[in-house]
Design a protein around this ligand. Structure first.
Ligand SMILES: *Cc1c(COP(=O)(O)O)cnc(C)c1O
Length: 222
């Protein structure tokens, strides 16, 4: 990306984040920047850690274990977020590795996570993923099923930290961010995981508490 160093890209994203937050009358530190390092090797990640980044996102449990288990052992202040689909049979591994899980989207996964947390005595933050455009091929729970899923998560005592969405591609995302914010308000949920490289400023202005940024920090994935 124009030969900018990882530290320069990080500074640029942080500056844009802060600008969008201030425009919306929000404190920049009310937004957590998740650096999405999926498909990038450890030597691409280390410069960002050296530049002060501590929160990272991965979309596959296996890949995350391979890349992060050792790093987290030497750097306990790192926080790892799972942003990709989770199979129920990987719930225990996910609970052991991640500080937050952004892809809770069905009752069976709520139950698997609740069991895994009880067993491990570890309680990562959970975001309920909403299929905000009701797209047939997309992950996330249908908008109409959110109240039931939330009820189930609360009954199972999952630590529900917020809602998460990935808006439909190729259309203006702001209305979808606004809809997710409205659903969160309606249901008394505070966190909003929304906004990626192409649209995080807009997400921040609409209330994102967590943005998930990969390409703008690491360059294109191969
Ligand atoms: C890959 C991914 C991102 C990051 O996307 P970029 O466009 O590279 O910033 C964010 N959220 C999810 C769920 C992803 O899978």
């Amino acid at each position: 990306m124009n030969g900018a160093s990882p530290a320069e890209r990080l500074a640029e994203v942080r500056a844009q984040l802060a600008k969008a937050a201030r425009l919306a009358g929000r404190a920049p530190d009310g937004v957590t920047l998740i650096a999405v390092s999926k498909a990038h090797p450890a030597d691409a990640i280390l410069p960002l850690i050296e530049a002060g980044q501590r929160v990272f996102g991965e979309n596959r449990v296996q890949e995350a274990q391979a890349k992060w288990a050792a790093l987290k052992a030497v750097r306990p202040d790192l926080s790892l977020h799972l942003i990709g689909q989770l199979q129920s049979n990987k719930a225990e591994e996910a609970v052991a590795l991640f500080e937050a899980i952004h892809s809770v989207d069905r009752p069976s996964l709520v139950d698997a996570l609740a069991n895994a947390m009880a067993k491990a005595g570890r309680r990562p933050d959970c975001f309920l993923q909403v299929n905000i455009g009701d797209e047939p091929q997309k992950g996330g729970c249908p908008v109409a099923d959110l109240p039931a899923l939330l009820e189930r998560a609360r009954a199972a005592a999952l630590p529900v930290a917020g809602l998460m969405c990935i808006p439909p591609a190729e259309v203006e995302p702001a209305p979808y961010f606004a809809l997710l914010a409205k659903l969160a308000r309606r249901h008394g949920v505070t966190g909003l995981s929304m906004g990626m490289s192409g649209d995080y400023e807009s997400a921040v202005m609409i209330g994102a508490t967590h943005i998930r940024v990969g390409t703008a920090l690491f360059g294109e994935r191969s």
